[in-house]
Design a protein around this ligand. Sequence first.
Ligand code: AHM
Ligand code: MG
Length: 330
Amino acid sequence: MSITTLGQFVIEKQQDFSYAKGELSRLLRDIGIASKIISREVNKAGLTQILGEHGSVNVQGEDVKKLDIIGNETFIWALEKGGEVCAMASEENDDMVLLEGKFSKHGKYVVCIDPLDGSSNIDVNVSIGTIFSIYRRISEPGTEANLQDVLQAGNRLVAAGYVVYGTSTMLVYSTGKGVNGFTLDPSIGEFCLSHPDIKTPADGKVYSLNEGNAGEFSEGLNNYLAWVKGTDKATSRPYTARYIGSMVADFHRNLLKGGVFIYPPTAKSPNGKLRLLFECIPMSFIAEQAGGIATTGTMRVLDVEPTEIHQRVPVIMGSANMVKKVQEFM
Ligand code: AHM
Ligand code: MG
């Protein structure tokens, strides 16, 4: 048989890390388990008519929770069971979460997570995603984790990735040695290697940003938009706009086909909308590992030193030449 499951792949790659004692492999396995559970819940989302609306009580008499809450609780459960992680920062929690599993205090890792990104798309059956990043803790294992453990720059990442719940569920991750993608085969309940060693094209045709905010963009960015559209009448240009409003889905398409994803500063939100820890760092890591570029417009996203958990930064990421072109204008 020629399939390689996520679990098999992670074990095969363990030898890439001289310090690895299997904890990271187990942690990646736990993230895979949580993702499969969330995938199952996401697939049931359209059944709320039958199972009950969010906030109501379903036919079994259980409270129906919002999917982002389910996603968050699923990750906390999986990481507490696994015991490799001492603390977590989540888009769903205001503060850092100290994990309370039997072995959590001794866990060597911290995880930052956006359990369900693009949640405004849930009700309309459009792809959503989970984004995760893994760091080694700074504090001593066995002691209580502190804020410093989760406020680490992206250049210290051990691993990061995302799961896209689309026509198939796919998990894409990197441990700093390239990017690999796994598609969930529901018939065996396993993520199977489907996209080995993903390299993003250096050029692309797709630009992805919310142009509804153009009135609040910088002059430079609006000039770029005029340029991609060829409104300067120079020549017709090959670009096309694609923006679903689910970063994971927009990013994933651009990663495979070539493109640039932009969430720029606007007059109202000078730091953009997306969160450094939960969204920008992990996706930038994947972009770079696949051969692309990720910048805030003024610096490499992975070099930004986080100062608070829910910090936001602007982001321009994707195919190297497209990112460079945006920067020329900005
Ligand atoms: P969320 O974490 O609340 O779901 O918000 C993040 C999402 C991204 O997936 C997406 O790129 C962006 O918000 C869309 O925002 P906008 O509607 O401003 O374009
Ligand atoms: Mg989000």
